[in-house]
Design a protein around this ligand. Structure first.
Ligand SMILES: Nc1ncnc2c1ncn2[C@@H]1O[C@H](COP(=O)(O)OP(=O)(O)OP(=O)(O)O)[C@@H](O)[C@H]1O
Length: 489
């Protein structure tokens, strides 16, 4: 009897083992992976261990089969478009997805504070409202009569940051529906940034849109009129398609560099943003102290055509000088004086020279200390035009005064606070009187002593009444001078 049951067990074992190649035929790799379990199952020590084995095998089989069928379905019956996290197309897709009803009912979501939601002072109901987007899973949705699948995964990146990937799938072997949907996402995104300047910042080695702000009109940046015209003329000429053709015929790298220098608060960053707004360009901000050579090269290689690259406070990355006074190309110092290896001068110069940079790029560097910059960094070719922004002279003081108090519709200067001074409203002053008050204000504020930022800040504190501004300006100047003295000691 015992020998009979042994014989039957041996028969079962050999029968099951015989099936492994068949299993492997349908699910490649599953046969060898499960063969030890098969042996345990057929010759295992007890009923419980066999039952456990069966359960495990079923689970494994179920998981493998579903993955296998999923891949089969994806390969033969679905169309798929992957959207890389590093590309702006990713932002387009996510923005659109978040506006769709299916995003609100996703079981797996990512929650963030919605920084863009309008906030009325005191409205706690709206303060820090939460923003949900589907994440780490598949979401199925119908769009224009077709079933789509949105898939987004978040994983830990190389340097501890997060990496994401997303894809869009639809049933059928024709990807036209996917492309149409992505085009809709693109239009939706472009509508959302219309009349806005998009600012991109770097995360590790990739660019991400960090904010979009209302385009700043050139008239709102008060600098020397001649300088403004020269600068605008130069950029206009550079962006002209004829200039592009001119560069390409001569094989010259189609790029232009500007250095804006001057004391703090003279409008360097504001000028850069208003140029971006005027020419409808995106701004890519590089923060050199947080980069190294590898990242800098990678970021320059990823720049799009026709954009502004803004290198703010470029003096913060002063290059080490050797004892003989020459620049040490391998070292740079951070703002705190640390000499850890960061962006080297040679790499910075190489990327600026256009070996790895992109076509139609406007480079704008800003600094408060031009004398601290290495001459190689600002030599012609890398910097084609240097623009010095000064403390406020008479004309600028007058412009700043009218910028704050003039009726926006008359001056074409938008009110920075969004307040319209209509006739009959408190603080409204007739044109000729305003002219007179402006002249009085100019006589009271010495030229080239205060920055436009300082004067603007004072005028905004008195925005409801130019007469108050004139009455308080002397006391304000004394206070500011005192603060400066204290700051120096
Ligand atoms: N020339 C100007 N015209 C209009 N607004 C100005 C001007 N200069 C400064 N401001 C205002 O002052 C603030 C600071 O200006 P901004 O950051 O552009 O100056 P900056 O020269 O870049 O300063 P920093 O050198 O400290 O970076 C902004 O709110 C800006 O609107």
């Amino acid at each position: 009897m015992a020998s009979l049951s042994n014989a039957s067990a041996t028969h079962n074992q050999s029968f099951l083992l015989d099936q492994l190649p068949l299993l492997d035929l349908f699910f490649p790799g599953l046969g060898p992976a499960t063969s030890p379990a098969w042996s345990l199952l057929t010759g295992g020590p007890s009923v419980y261990s066999r039952a456990l084995c069966i359960g495990g095998l079923l689970l494994l089989f179920g998981k493998y089969a579903s993955e296998y069928l999923g891949t089969l379905l994806e390969t033969y019956f679905l169309s798929k478009i992957e959207v890389p996290y590093t590309d702006e197309a990713y932002d387009m897709l996510i923005l659109w997805v978040c506006s769709q009803p299916f995003a609100r009912s996703a079981r797996n979501s990512l929650v963030t504070i919605d920084l863009k939601s309008p906030l009325e002072p005191g409205s706690y109901a709206k303060k820090k409202s939460l923003h949900y987007s589907p994440c780490n899973g598949r979401s199925y949705f119908w769009h224009k009569g077709r079933l789509f699948v949105f898939n987004r995964q978040r994983t830990l990146g190389e340097f501890g940051g997060t990496r994401e990937e997303a894809s869009l799938l639809c049933f059928g072997r024709n990807p036209a529906a996917l492309r149409e949907l992505l085009d809709e996402c693109r239009r939706h995104y472009l509508e959302s940034v219309e009349n806005k300047t998009c600012v991109f910042e770097h995360q590790e080695d990739m660019w991400k849109a960090s904010r979009s702000m209302a385009k700043r009109d050139m008239s709102t940046v008060i600098i020397n009129r001649e300088l403004k015209e020269t600068l605008l003329g130069d950029v206009t000429e550079f962006l002209d398609p004829k200039t592009r053709a001119w560069y390409s015929k001569r094989g010259l790298p189609y790029q232009r560099g500007y250095l804006l220098h001057g004391p703090p608060g003279t409008g360097k960053s504001s000028l850069c943003l208003s140029i971006a707004g005027h020419f409808d360009l995106d701004v890519y901000v590089l923060t050199l102290p947080s980069l190294n050579d590898r990242l800098l090269k990678a970021l320059f290689a990823e720049l799009p055509q026709h954009c502004i690259v803004l290198l703010e406070d470029v003096d913060a990355t002063a290059v080490h000088r050797k004892a003989d006074g020459s620049a040490d190309p391998s070292q740079s110092v951070g703002p705190n004086g640390s000499t850890d290896k960061k962006v080297s001068l040679s790499t910075l110069l190489n990327v600026l020279d256009g070996l790895a940079s992109s076509y139609g790029r406007l480079l704008i560097m800003t600094t408060n200390y031009i004398e601290r910059l290495d001459p190689a960094l600002i030599r012609p070719g890398r910097v084609d035009m240097k623009a010095e922004l000064y403390l406020a002279d008479e004309d600028m003081i007058n412009q700043l005064f009218h910028f704050v108090y003039n009726h926006p519709s008359k001056t074409n200067i938008p009110d920075s606070e969004g307040i319209l001074h209509q006739p009959g409203q408190e603080g409204f002053v007739e044109d000729c009187e305003l002219l007179h008050l402006g002249q009085e204000f100019v006589t009271k504020v010495p030229k080239l002593e205060f920055s436009p930022a300082e004067i603007l800040s004072f005028l905004l504190a008195n925005k409801h009444s130019p007469r108050h501004a004139i009455a308080n300006v002397a006391a304000w100047m004394d206070k500011l001078r005192e603060e400066r003295m204290r700051g120096r000691n």
